[in-house]
Design a protein around this ligand. Structure first.
Ligand SMILES: O=P(O)(O)OC[C@H]1O[C@@H](O)[C@H](O)[C@@H](O)[C@@H]1O
Length: 318
């Protein structure tokens, strides 16, 4: 995963087609000459579209609010600095569910592109979009409820066959703070009954549908047949979690992570889907599965002046 801020390689392939960028109504769109594209709303720095292989790879609810009035239901909302309902007696306790990153207005820091080493420069071209959020950009309410001086840089990198998202968290103040982080990725699938989640066998998970009780996964290829809300813990980030087709066992998505040791698997199923005002149509629960890379089962402590970085790379074969 390239986290450098290096600019486009000057001179290399100067005559080759370059990634294109458009900025309109607080939505940033970039595309590669090979056809892949990504779209990011400044509200939440939420990735709302990733097209590869001629297909949309991310699910966005038809009823999602795209006007900044509510976190966007779909794509990749970013969860920070707390996952789920904040615990009592913690610095995050008065924040909303999943924190403030997904409901804050981020700034676009710029685009960079690079040729990865390879024979076909056009095919290896990548584009990286950087977004920033800091304490002074928060609403007054969030600044008061979470009074830490912080800086986030969120990088969204599009390559020929992957989408990479990575977050750098900096503590720019004088006090330590604790945070959790999660990339709440809604993957677009044709039919939930046809997918299996692989790479979780023998891993411990907390089942949020069963009062957060702890279990050990017994399935090598997990089918989703009911409401599912599980936090798999302490995974090896380098081992991919795969969403595979049950028909031919072929992976549809493969997700590797860096410094993100937990993975949440979530599908609201029938009743919960109906109960979410911004989720639609009702049957759309069949067309999505959230596989969310994060660090949520404990807290990351960031000392004054320190930085932390983590991310995911999603490869699609859809
Ligand atoms: O409705 P929200 O706040 O976007 O959350 C959606 C889901 O997000 C998941 O990450 C949680 O594990 C679920 O418990 C939660 O329901």
């Amino acid at each position: 995963m390239d986290r450098s801020n290096k600019p486009a390689a000057i001179g290399v392939g100067a005559s080759l087609p370059q990634p294109s960028l458009s900025i309109k109504d607080n939505v940033i769109e970039a595309s590669l000459p090979t056809g892949q594209s990504v779209q990011v709303h400044l509200y939440g720095a939420t990735v709302t579209s990733w097209k590869a292989n001629g297909k949309e790879q991310l699910f966005v609810s038809e009823k999602a609010h795209l006007d900044g009035s509510k976190p966007i239901r779909g794509g990749i909302p970013l969860v920070f600095p707390v996952f789920g309902p904040p615990p009592q007696n913690h610095a995050t306790s008065t924040l909303p569910q999943h924190g403030f990153a997904r409901n804050s207005n981020w700034e676009f820091l710029g685009k960079s592109s690079s040729d990865a080493p390879g024979k076909d420069s056009k095919a290896d071209l990548t584009v990286k979009l950087d977004f920033g959020l800091s304490h002074s950009m928060l609403t007054e309410e969030f600044r008061e409820t979470w009074p830490y001086e912080f800086g986030l840089v969120y990088s969204v990198t599009l390559t020929k066959d992957t989408l990479e998202t990575s977050l750098q968290v900096r503590n720019e103040g004088k006090q330590n703070f604790e945070f959790q982080v999660l990339m709440h990725t809604y993957l677009n699938i044709a039919d939930i009954s046809d997918v299996r989640v692989k790479g979780l066998e023998s891993k411990t998970y907390l089942d949020k549908t069963l009062q957060g009780t702890s279990h050990v996964e017994t399935s090598a290829a997990l089918p989703i047949t009911q409401e599912t809300d599980r936090v798999y813990q302490n995974l090896d980030p380098a081992v991919p979690i795969e969403v595979a087709s049950a028909k031919d066992n072929q992976p549809l998505f493969s997700i590797t992570r860096e410094a993100l040791g937990d993975v949440v698997v979530w599908n609201p199923w029938i009743e919960k889907a109906k109960g979410m005002a911004d989720f639609g149509p009702d049957e759309a629960y069949k067309n999505m599965i959230c596989v969310e890379a994060g660090s949520v089962s404990s807290w990351q402590t960031l000392e004054a002046g320190e930085a932390w970085e983590g991310g995911q790379s999603i490869k699609s074969r859809l």
